[in-house]
Design a protein around this ligand. Structure first.
Ligand code: SF4
Ligand code: SF4
Length: 87
């Protein structure tokens, strides 16, 4: 099962003006959050982002912002506990 976070809780954002289309973020993202569109990267699945920070750390022009850490994990665990399952 693909892990998903609660809708609209992910801090990920991209400055598409700064993006040089190197595709590094696509290469390092474990959840297929990005897609290349007209030589600029775009976010296609924001709710799949686990806020690991790999994309931001590897972007050569600092075009990605994400608050890496536990920010997206806590609400997910709370939701799982409410449902009484952890699948
Ligand atoms: S923070 Fe991690 S999961 Fe989220 S878009 Fe970046 S590389 Fe992908
Ligand atoms: S790593 Fe940065 S510059 Fe490279 S494609 Fe992603 S957002 Fe654009």
């Amino acid at each position: 099962m693909k892990m998903r976070y609660l809708r609209n809780t992910v801090s990920l954002s991209i400055d598409r003006e700064s993006c040089i289309g190197c595709e590094m973020c696509i290469a390092v993202c474990p959840h297929d959050v990005f897609l290349m569109e007209a030589k600029k990267v775009t976010i296609i699945d924001r709710d799949a982002c686990m806020e690991c920070g790999a994309c931001a750390r590897n972007c050569p022009v600092d075009a990605i912002r994400v608050e890496s850490g536990t920010g997206g994990v806590i609400p997910v665990l709370e939701e799982m506990m409410k449902k009484g399952k952890a699948d």
